[in-house]
Design a protein around this ligand. Structure first.
Ligand code: NDP
Length: 490
């Protein structure tokens, strides 16, 4: 069995307590993890606070911070394969996805490395004589970064990289469901040469470690990715420390296909949108809305492709869909599929556990439900699994009404060859991302985030670095004339 450590103040530690981690493809314990409770979480924050004010970090130039981030990006690229193997083992995400995704994470560190020395203040014209007025951007302080178990190297990169580029220090809490890749990543942070305490990586359970971290008086900003229920706790926690907050929560993203779309291309994108990562992706296109004229044709193409998806063990490069990360996750999916069938949905394919896979693993078949004219919960509830809820629409108004009938608003997909319609629809869709004739494309330079229950704030892109800065207004009186006595009338 493998043993992991966490990383506080430049040292690898055993943890206040320890717990076992389960391999989701076999259901067997494969590793033993450290668990931060109140004392170690507090120590990690204090280490980050000390580092923030220490000359070893504060005294570095912005360009030097950028160089450290470049080095970290290079180390991620060099170690991507090993990190991917760990993520595959701990989360069950298939190796062909983890290898590609983690190699790309290096680009996020490089992007923000390049931004580190491009943060400028302003000289502000003011209506006062003999006064220099300038604004300075300062690091906001200690950042608490919290990520869920899925795509965790990517989700932590969009928090750590801008925070470090801005001159902040960080305590990252990895999800207790699958902390291995982030605990291994801590070794790369160490190797890159960041001063002790600048980046601390711990894991622990949300109820204690997460609560202590997000309400800690020395934390100035919380960057959170997870579900809306947990986010409500985090919002309450930050009432204690008034920390700034970014929330990247879930989604129930609609993909709309119009009669004039390239149906083959759309079918491939739809399959990737919902069945990649076994549907455990915040941007999963879990609601498919098809215009009536192509409903049967498109549905037939998708069903045919879904049935051909190769389910297998995540470490096999031939596998196209692996298990779900946890048994609770699969239980929830089984419940919602059953409820949806009771509410009138029709099962087109899937809807069951595959019989030819290890039964202690959390496998579930690619599932398509025809939810036309129903209020099936598969249409509204975020499932975080391989379940596609399909519905029909007649025209643009109908498509917009159905697409926007969700409390979430993260991503959306639009398939049409009509440029006028594209422009009209883009303006009307209530989602932070609109992918037109494509899906699931990301880049470090593009903002990522949503509306409504998806939370607030955007990660990625130039503007996101300002979340980790605060403005200081500086007034300098430039005259040699002394300031007059305020109580003498002139
Ligand atoms: P959770 O909300 O359960 O957990 C997210 C993180 O919050 C975990 O590290 C968890 O720790 C921690 N946490 C739990 N309780 C608290 C607390 N009281 N205070 C502070 N932190 C706490 O999400 P899941 O791990 O189940 O991830 C799935 C969710 O994440 C889905 O809703 C998905 O849509 C969303 N997500 C959103 C993305 C986006 O960018 N919009 C991207 C990816 C996922 P622990 O695990 O130890 O309990």
């Amino acid at each position: 069995m493998k043993t992991f450590h966490y990383y506080i103040d430049g040292r690898f530690e055993d943890g206040e307590a320890r717990f076992d981690s389960v391999d989701p493809s076999t259901g067997e314990v494969w590793a033993n993890m450290p668990e931060a409770r109140t004392a170690d979480t507090d120590r990690a924050v204090k280490a980050a606070d000390r580092a923030l004010n220490d000359a070893a970090w504060r005294g570095l130039t912005a360009a030097a911070r950028g160089k450290l981030l470049y080095r970290l990006g290079d180390l991620i690229e060099q170690n991507a394969s090993d990190l991917a193997d760990l993520e595959t083992q701990d989360t069950g995400k298939i190796v062909r996805e983890t290898k590609a995704q983690i190699a790309y994470v290096a680009e996020y560190y490089r992007y923000f490395a390049g931004l580190a020395d491009k943060i400028e203040g302003r000289v502000v014209p003011v209506d006062k004589k003999d006064m220099d007025a300038t604004t300075h951007n300062e690091p906001i302080g200690v950042v608490a970064a919290i990520v869920p178990w899925n795509s965790q190297l990517f989700l932590s990169a969009v928090k750590i990289a801008p925070a470090i580029a801005a001159g902040c220090t960080v305590v990252l809490k990895a999800s207790e469901e699958a902390p291995a890749p982030l605990l291994a990543f801590a070794k790369l942070v160490h190797e890159a040469g960041f001063p002790p305490g600048v980046i601390n990586i711990i894991t622990g359970f949300g109820a204690e470690c997460g609560r202590v971290l997000t309400s800690h008086p020395l934390v100035a900003r919380v960057a959170f990715t997870g579900g809306p229920e947990t986010a409500r706790h985090v919002v309450r926690n930050t009432a204690d420390n008034f920390a700034h907050l970014t929330l990247e929560l879930g989604g129930k993203s609609p993909v709309m296909v119009f009669d004039d779309a390239d149906l083959d291309s759309a079918a491939n994108a739809i399959i990737a949108s919902i069945f990649a990562a076994t549907g455990q992706s915040c941007v999963a296109g879990s609601r498919l809305l098809i215009q009536r004229g192509v409903y049967d044709d498109l549905l037939a193409r998708i069903v045919e492709k879904a049935k051909r998806i190769r389910i297998g063990v995540p470490s096999d490069f031939a596998t196209e869909m692996g298990p779900l990360a946890t048994r609770q996750q699969r239980d929830k999916i089984e419940r919602v599929v059953a409820e949806s069938l009771e509410a009138g949905a029709t099962l087109i394919t899937g809807g069951a556990v595959p019989q030819d896979m290890p039964q202690k693993g959390n496998y579930y078949l690619p599932t398509i439900l025809d939810c036309r004219n129903t209020s099936a919960s598969a249409l509204t509830e975020e499932l975080f699994g391989p379940v596609l809820a399909v519905s029909v629409f007649d025209d643009e108004d109908d498509a917009v009404a159905q697409a926007n009938s969700t409390r979430f608003g993260l991503a959306s997909g639009l398939f049409t060859r009509d440029i006028g319609r594209t422009s009209r629809m883009v303006k009307r869709i209530r989602a932070g991302i609109v992918w037109v004739n494509t899906y699931r494309v990301i880049a470090p330079s593009m903002p990522f985030g949503g509306y409504g229950d998806t939370g607030y704030g955007r990660e990625g892109g130039v503007a996101s670095i300002y979340d980790y800065l605060r403005t200081k207004s500086v007034w300098i009186y430039t005259s040699d004339e002394p300031i007059g006595d305020p109580f003498v009338m002139r």
